[in-house]
Design a protein around this ligand. Structure first.
Ligand SMILES: Cc1cc2nc3c(=O)[nH]c(=O)nc-3n(C[C@H](O)[C@H](O)[C@H](O)COP(=O)(O)OP(=O)(O)OC[C@H]3O[C@@H](n4cnc5c(N)ncnc54)[C@H](O)[C@@H]3O)c2cc1C
Length: 382
């Protein structure tokens, strides 16, 4: 992404952009070996001709190295999983300068500690990833998108739980509150109804199967009081909807010029999703902080954009108080402070609450592998 790396303790920045080669296409095994600077959208463009794709999709043009280091995921994680589910092998340069190779080309292995999983999501704190073998998935043959409006947030969030309970696994199930829809309408010149909304997508191997799934989804949404159910959305309109969804952050910025946005990235067990949304709304409303709720709801991921005025210390503090209360509530619900964005600096303060004494084990791993603390100092741990 185009953000400037934040060096909390000085140091040097490694720019991996030029390590952007696809080293080997192993499509007979549905695998590919890439350098870390390959952008995932470019990889998918290349493999679409071969009927394959790398499903995790954080939206912005992220690099595979950044996605592995963050264990990125996105709208299709519900059906296809996160980056960690696609990493088969890694080449990593350790802080000592030694290069190691971990993982296997076999789809399953029970051999020793899973170092690929350790490096995936380590946010650059354990080593520099220089080569990645990824698993690819076959592109879906048939897909269809659905847009549903509800009169209340509760109706929308209850529907999410019921949809997942059927055993149908949508490729995407996104929740957007009316504030988000309003911001998107203005920013992207859309004419979506400004109501609590679910965007869904379903993938299948034949149209008849998809139609069957859709009729069950419609039944659930109608019984929960949906005011609009639009199914069978064509490719062009579907792409426009997802483009609008991905513009949420920019749309919030556009609607709140001069303000800062605190982005919450909690995820909770699905049975707690409705209560989590309710808590977040009430918390922001009770403190008078403007909030925008959205997220990959089918995976229990809830984002909230909280508007913070950098020129008003008291209001900015209120914004942070709301953030902290919501994140702590998610952890109390058995969830996490970060479903996909990573800990970085901002979420370090929640690590003890979330991990308890296993945080000490993480710190020991960090100091065993990076005794001088040279890799991304100040990230993940306070
Ligand atoms: C508006 C917005 C929306 C976002 N939406 C999503 C989303 O939907 N899903 C999601 O998962 N994330 C999301 N993110 C977070 C982030 O963009 C992604 O996780 C993405 O994968 C980061 O990729 P990048 O190439 O930009 O990595 P960078 O930002 O460059 O790096 C990310 C981290 O990985 C480390 N790193 C990068 N390359 C390597 C390497 N080769 N070896 C070791 N460490 C490395 C960096 O040090 C850094 O800590 C969002 C961010 C923003 C700003």
């Amino acid at each position: 992404m185009k953000e400037t790396p934040y060096l909390s303790r000085g140091g040097i920045v490694l720019n991996m952009q030029k390590m952007n080669r696809v080293l080997e296409e192993k499509e007979e095994d549905f695998q590919v070996i890439v350098e870390p600077g390959v952008v995932y959208t470019e990889l998918n463009k290349k493999f679409s001709k071969k009927g394959l794709f790398f499903p995790p999709d954080p939206g912005a043009p992220a690099t595979i190295g950044g996605m592995v280091a963050n264990n990125a995921s996105g709208i299709q994680t519900l059906k296809y999983g996160a980056t960690k589910d696609y990493v088969m092998k890694l080449e990593v340069v350790l802080p000592t300068g030694e290069m190691i190779h971990s993982g296997s080309n076999a789809v399953k292995t029970s051999s020793g500690y899973d170092l690929c999983r350790l490096f995936t999501g380590s946010e650059g704190t354990l080593g520099v990833i220089t080569g990645i073998t990824l698993r690819l998935a076959p592109l879906p043959q048939y897909f269809t998108a659905v847009l549903v409006n509800f009169n209340s947030v509760e109706e929308a969030t209850e529907s999410i739980y019921e949809i997942i309970s059927t055993g149908i696994v949508p490729a995407a199930l996104e929740f957007l509150d009316k504030n988000v829809i309003k911001a998107i309408n203005t920013y992207k010149s859309c004419e979506l109804k400004e109501k609590p909304t679910l965007f869904m997508e379903f993938h299948g191997t034949n149209q008849a199967g998809l139609n069957e799934e859709l009729s069950l989804i419609e039944e659930i949404c109608t019984s929960n009081g949906s005011s609009l159910y639009e199914a069978g959305i064509g490719k062009k309109e579907r792409n426009r909807l997802w483009e609008a969804r991905y513009a949420t952050f920019e749309a919030m910025k556009h609607a709140n010029k001069g303000m800062e946005i605190i982005i919450i990235d909690t995820a909770v067990p699905l049975s707690k999703y409705s209560r989590m949304v309710e808590f977040a709304r009430n918390e922001a409303a009770s403190k008078g902080v403007r909030g925008y709720l959205f997220g990959h709801a089918g995976s229990g991921n809830l984002h909230m954009g909280l508007i913070k005025n950098p020129n008003d210390k008291a209001q900015a503090k209120l914004g942070m108080d709301v953030n902290d209360a919501i994140v702590n509530c998610a952890i109390d619900f058995g969830g996490t402070a970060t479903g996909e964005h990573g800990v970085g600096i901002g979420k370090r303060k929640f690590m003890m609450h979330e991990h308890g004494n296993s945080l000490e084990i993480m710190k020991k791993i960090k100091s065993a592998m990076d005794p001088n603390g040279i890799m991304n100092p100040g990230k993940i741990f306070l």
